[in-house]
Structure formats: structure tokens, C-alpha cells
Design a protein around this ligand. Structure first.
Ligand code: FAD
Length: 615
């Protein structure tokens, strides 16, 4: 039998990131996946990042994950979303060339030290006294490991629906994982059903592009990785068309034939990524919806029509796409479909993403009720790090709501569970002024360096950048400038005669670094990238200082650790409802307990006093 420290099952976005993270930690890692060519496949839209999601990619990159670097190589259109709003809510997004993304992800995976790709379907686990200690493949091969990360996405008992036709499948063209789902049943984990959908893919050669509005990328692309310097794939524009009254009528006339509306699907779908059927029904007063026509690659004529995912029959899909301007003669390459699949209620997991009742098993990605490549990858990274740490006999690493969107997501999942596929938004992060995409490296790379999961290249790059920021900061905070000097530089701040340092002046939204250079020529040599970073840091400094009190309170509560086997039944005066919620969720600390639905201040005080007594 082959032996590894860590096995990762599934080579999607969660699996790839988990396997890389584990291998970077020095754990001998096997990535077992159905097909080598399927590593890094984008099941749905050919895009990475966006609002909230872009933050996750930056954080993955700050921890030396692969998604950002690969997306930069595959990016064929980069746009910084919310560019006109503050940096805290701006989200980098790239449309990716699907083929390049897969090729680069496979190349990175093959290059990674300590990482072996094994092709095969996992049908069972090896169990050793209830602990997961390996995987069994469909051909009978057994592979042993100290920890196993399961990242099977939409594959567990996946069922694909197109109109009234349903069949088993993990996604279009792939078989579902049924044997493994049956084995997971035996763990008695809380399972549910969710659904998601994808639009038909169109043949770009049959689209009348002349009739369409065009959307180019940004002139100056904002990349994901702190290590990337430039784009490498050719850059393209997207087309824009719209649904219209006729489109909506065709959809309304055929609603009963939609898998979702015809009663063929039980699973709950993503409210924030509705199908076109949902949009027509839920927003009945709207006569038109925008549809982005996104090329799936620079050399690929496949077009992803963003905004019209569907489970209507193929003939209806063709009729409604052809009702739109520019698409009158379009041909469909692959029909849209919906997929229903099993997920595990993530309240069964702890903050390290290990299953509390099944030692040795970690879960990451869509299997935990999330949707999206970025959410999956971020969880994969955390599960991979922790599986490696466990295999090495070390303490787990966890993330907090105060340090990262990763912490926000895992805390949301493990304390509240999901009622629909969970996706990241900036609004979910209460400390979003400090958790910006631009400072993800400052927040997380030191932690990653301490953990030992970072390449020498990144360590050198980060240290050099921080040395430049520190030098600029030292100069900017050294001497307050007299108000006359400030005025002479054309800086218009309240003329109260107050002396201000350069950093204090940069906290005013309209003040630029270049103006400070006019007062203090010592700053002339500061590079543009460092200037912009210091500007952003200064802009938020006052708000963040005020937020610090809340962060301190959170961290104080986080320090009250609740033992894994804590007996909630023993607390007199705790309602039955809260006792059962706490027993199900098993919060790791008092801060998490406070966020459980229905928690009251008095119940929290009761819990704290029991914790202090050590009961
Ligand atoms: P996946 O990327 O699905 O990867 C799972 C991996 O596990 C695959 O490599 C598979 O081969 C492997 N695997 C499965 N079972 C086994 C086994 N037994 N043994 C070995 N290997 C196995 N996201 C959005 O953000 N927006 C959307 O609109 C959206 N729509 C979607 C529509 C469809 C139809 C689908 C299928 C997905 C959609 N997604 C969407 C979700 C997105 O694709 C996923 O969130 C993301 O891919 C999840 O990553 P993952 O790593 O968890 O799983």
C-alpha cells in the first residue's frame, strides 16, 4: 500500500489549493482526482474574482496559494469592480481563458514539490478505529494517509436536469460520485441538497457582434497576485446584449417545462445567482436584463452568456437566446443545465475544517454548501494547511473575522450553516475597512511565513516591499509640516494652523502622495506602487483605529476557548433551544457562540461563567 501524509480527494478549485498548501507545508501529499485533465476545470463561468471573491483570491495569494498566479496568467480581461468606490469594497476580477487556466494549474501542480497526482475515483475510505486513514479507489487500490481532505464539489449524488430530463452526473460530461456518497452516509453527518445552474454555451461565430455594445477591460489591469507584474494572455472585449419582452414571454410560456419550476428539483439554489426563469418570475416588472457575452478563451469561439443560467429544455433555450439582439442566428454548443447535489451542513466542522465526529477527515469547497471557485479555493487552502499540520502532529491554524475574509467565511459556515449556496460579499465582513484586497499580504503573509508555507521568492518579495513601506512611513510620520508649507503645496485641508505629518495629510481623501513630495523632497524616490499603498493605508487609518476597540473585544471573546467536549446540558438555565444549537454547532470560542442564531446576552454570561469554572 502507498503511504502519504495527506490525501486530497478531488482536483477542482478546493482540491488543487488544498493539495498545494499541504505540499508547501512539507507534507507528502497525494491529489487523487477522477482525471488529470480535470484539474482546475471551471465548471461554470470563465472568470475569477469579483466583489468579495477578489478579496478571497488576494488572501489565497498572500498565503502563497496558486489561484491568483494562475488567474493572472490566464486572464484575458481584467476589471477592478467598484473602481469609483473606496478601496475597501473594490474587487479585482478577471475573465479567464479556460484552457490556459487548466493548463497552468496542471503545470503548477506537476511542478510542486511533495505533490503526486493520482488519477482515479475514490469509492471508500480506509478506517482505523473510526479514524479516516486513507482512501480506496474504484479499482481496489488502497492509499494510506494520516489525514484526508475531501473536495468533491457538486459530484456527491449529483443529478443533472435539463427540462424534464434528469440523469446522474457530477457536472456535464462527468459521472457522479455515488459510492463515496453512500460511504459518507455511514458517518451520519447532517446532509442536505442544494442546486445550481449554468447557461447554454454559444457559438461566437454565429453571433452578430456588430450589433452589440462592447465592454473592454481596464486600461491598467489590476492583477491578483502580489508577485505578478503583467498580463501574458491576449486581452479581449466582451459583448453586451439584453433580454426583452419576447424573451420573457418565451420563458413564461414554458415555465412548467423548466426543471426548477416543473417540480423536478428539491435542492435550494443560489439567491444571488438566479436562473433566467427565476429572474423573469421574481422580477416580473422588469422588461429587460443585461447579458454579458464572455469569450471562454482568446482562441476559443465558445461564448459564455453571463446572466441566463437555466434548466429549460433545449428547444426553449434556443428560442429564448435567439430572441435577443445579435443572437438571432446563434447556435448553442452545449445546453444550459441545473445540477442538484449533496452537501454537508458545515456546522459539523470546526474552524480548521475538520469533521468533528470523524477524526482524520477534512472537507472543503462546494461540499460544504458554498458556491464559487474562490470560496472553494480559500477553504481548500485552510483544509490543506490543517491536514498537513495534523499529519505533522502540530496545532491547527485558524483564521478570524478580524484578520481575513477567509476567517469571515469559515466562521459564517461553521457557526450558522447555510440555507442556500453561500457566496462571499464584502457586506459579510464587519471589519472590511481593514480587510482590503490591497493589504491582504500585509495582513496574512507574515502568518504564512511563520507557518512555513511560503516560497523563498515570496518571502524576499514581501520583505523588500515592507522595507520600502516602512521607510516611506518613517519619513511620512517623522515631522509634522507647518500649515504654511501645507498650503504652499496646494493642499486644502482645514486651515486651523495645525501642524500635520504627511501620513495625517494623506488621510484626507483628496490629498495625494505627490503633493506631500512637494513639501518633503526626501520622498521623491518612493516608487509608485508604494505611494499608492501608503495612500490607501492612510485613508483608512483613522477608521481602523476606531474599529480597533471592536476587534479587541472580539479577540478577547475568541480567547475564551470552549473545549470540544463541553457539556452544554450541564448549564442550568440555558434554554433547550440554545442547548441543542450549541451542542450541534460546538463553537470553538465565546465569540463564535455569540454569533449563533438566537443567542442572548444572558445566555452568553451563563456560558462564560461555566467556562471560567471549568465545567
Ligand atoms: P469542483 O470544482 O466541482 O471539483 C470537484 C473535483 O472532485 C473534480 O475534480 C472531480 O473530478 C473530483 N471528484 C469528485 N468525486 C470524486 C471521487 N469520488 N474521486 C476522485 N475525484 C473526485 N459557481 C459560482 O460561483 N457561480 C455559479 O453560477 C456557478 N454555477 C455552477 C453551475 C454548475 C452546473 C456547476 C457544476 C457549478 C457551478 N458553480 C458556480 C460552482 C463552481 O463550479 C464550484 O463552486 C466550484 O467549482 C467548486 O469547487 P470544488 O473544488 O468544491 O468542486
Amino acid at each position: 500500500m502507498k503511504h502519504f501524509d495527506v490525501i486530497v480527494i478531488g482536483g477542482g478549485h478546493a482540491g488543487a489549493e488544498a493539495a498545494h498548501a499541504s505540499a508547501r507545508m512539507g507534507a507528502n501529499t497525494a491529489l487523487i482526482t477522477m482525471s488529470r485533465d480535470g484539474i482546475g476545470v471551471m465548471s461554470c463561468n470563465p472568470a475569477i474574482g469579483g466583489l468579495g471573491k477578489g478579496h478571497l483570491v488576494r488572501e489565497i495569494d498572500a498565503l502563497d496559494g496558486v489561484m491568483g498566479r494562475v488567474a493572472d496568467k490566464a486572464g484575458i480581461q481584467f476589471r477592478l469592480l467598484n473602481r469609483r468606490k473606496g478601496p475597501a469594497v473594490q474587487g479585482p476580477r478577471a475573465q479567464a481563458d479556460r484552457a490556459i487556466y487548466r493548463k497552468e494549474m496542471l503545470a503548477e501542480t506537476e511542478r510542486q514539490e511533495n505533490l503526486t497526482i493520482v488519477e482515479g475515483e475514490v469509492t471508500d475510505f480506509i478506517l482505523d478505529n473510526g479514524k479516516v486513514s486513507g482512501a480506496v479507489l474504484a479499482d481496489g487500490e488502497q492509499i494510506a494517509a494520516a489525514a484526508v481532505v475531501l473536495t468533491t464539489g457538486t459530484f456527491l449524488r449529483g443529478v443533472i436536469h435539463i427540462g424534464d430530463v434528469s440523469r446522474s452526473g457530477g457536472r456535464m460530461g462527468d459521472k457522479a460520485s455515488v459510492d463515496l456518497a453512500n460511504r459518507i452516509d455511514s458517518f451520519n453527518l447532517p446532509l442536505g441538497r442544494l442546486k445550481t445552474g449554468t447557461p447554454p454555451r454559444l457559438d461566437g461565430r454565429t453571433i452578430d457582434w456588430e450589433k452589440l455594445e462592447s465592454q473592454p477591460g481596464d486600461d491598467e489591469p489590476v492583477l491578483f497576485s502580489f508577485l505578478s507584474e503583467a498580463t501574458s494572455a491576449p486581452q479581449i472585449s466582451c459583448g453586451i446584449t439584453h433580454t426583452n419582452e419576447k424573451t420573457h414571454q418565451i420563458i413564461r410560456d414554458n415555465l412548467s417545462r423548466s426543471a426548477m419550476y416543473g417540480g423536478h428539483i428539491d435542492g435550494v439554489g443560489p439567491r444571488y445567482c438566479p436562473s433566467i426563469e427565476d429572474k423573469v418570475v421574481r422580477f416580473a416588472d422588469k422588461t429587460s436584463h443585461q447579458v454579458f457575452l464572455e469569450p471562454e478563451g482568446a482562441d476559443d469561439h465558445t461564448i459564455y452568456p453571463n446572466g441566463i443560467s437555466t434548466s429549460l429544455p433545449e428547444d426553449v433555450q434556443l428560442a429564448y437566446v435567439r430572441s435577443m439582439v445579435g443572437l438571432e442566428n446563434v447556435e448553442i454548443i452545449q445546453p444550459g443545465y441545473a445540477i442538484e447535489y449533496d452537501y454537508v451542513d458545515p456546522r459539523a466542522l470546526d474552524m480548521a475544517l475538520s469533521v468533528r465526529t470523524v477524526p482524520g477527515l477534512y472537507l472543503a469547497g462546494q461540499i460544504n454548501g458554498t458556491t464559487g471557485y474562490e470560496e472553494a479555493a480559500a477553504q481548500g487552502l485552510v483544509a490543506g494547511l490543517n491536514a498537513a499540520l495534523a499529519a505533522q502532529g502540530k496545532e491547527p491554524v485558524t483564521f478570524s473575522r478580524a484578520d481575513s475574509y477567509i476567517g469571515v467565511m469559515i466562521d459564517d459556515l461553521t457557526t450558522r450553516g447555510v440555507t442556500e449556496p453561500y457566496r462571499m460579499f464584502t457586506s459579510r465582513a464587519e471589519f472590511r475597512l481593514s480587510l482590503r484586497a490591497d493589504n491582504a499580504d500585509q495582513r496574512l503573509t507574515p502568518l504564512a511565513i511563520a507557518l512555513g508555507c511560503v516560497s523563498q521568492e515570496r518571502v524576499a518579495h514581501f520583505n523588500a516591499k515592507m522595507a520600502k513601506i516602512d521607510a516611506a512611513m518613517a519619513e511620512l510620520t517623522k515631522t509634522p509640516y507647518a500649515s504654511k508649507a501645507i498650503e504652499a503645496a496646494g493642499i486644502k485641508v482645514s486651515q486651523d494652523g495645525t501642524k500635520r505629518t504627511g501620513f495625517q495629510l494623506l488621510a484626507f481623501p483628496d490629498v495625494t502622495f505627490e503633493q506631500i513630495v512637494l513639501i518633503n523632497p526626501e520622498l521623491e524616490t518612493v516608487e509608485p506602487e508604494i505611494r499608492r499603498q501608503v495612500e490607501r493605508d492612510a485613508l483608512y487609518a483613522n477608521y481602523i483605529a476606531r474599529q480597533q476597540r471592536d476587534i479587541d473585544l472580539l479577540q478577547k471573546d475568541e480567547a475564551h476557548v470552549i473545549p470540544a467536549n463541553f457539556d452544554y446540558e450541564a448549564i442550568d438555565g440555558l434554554s433547550n433551544e440554545l442547548t441543542s444549537k450549541l451542542s450541534l454547532t460546538r463553537p470553538t470560542n465565546l465569540a463564535q457562540a455569540a454569533r449563533i442564531d438566537g443567542m442572548t446576552p444572558s445566555a452568553l454570561t451563563l456560558l462564560l461563567s461555566h467556562l471560567k469554572r471549568g465545567s
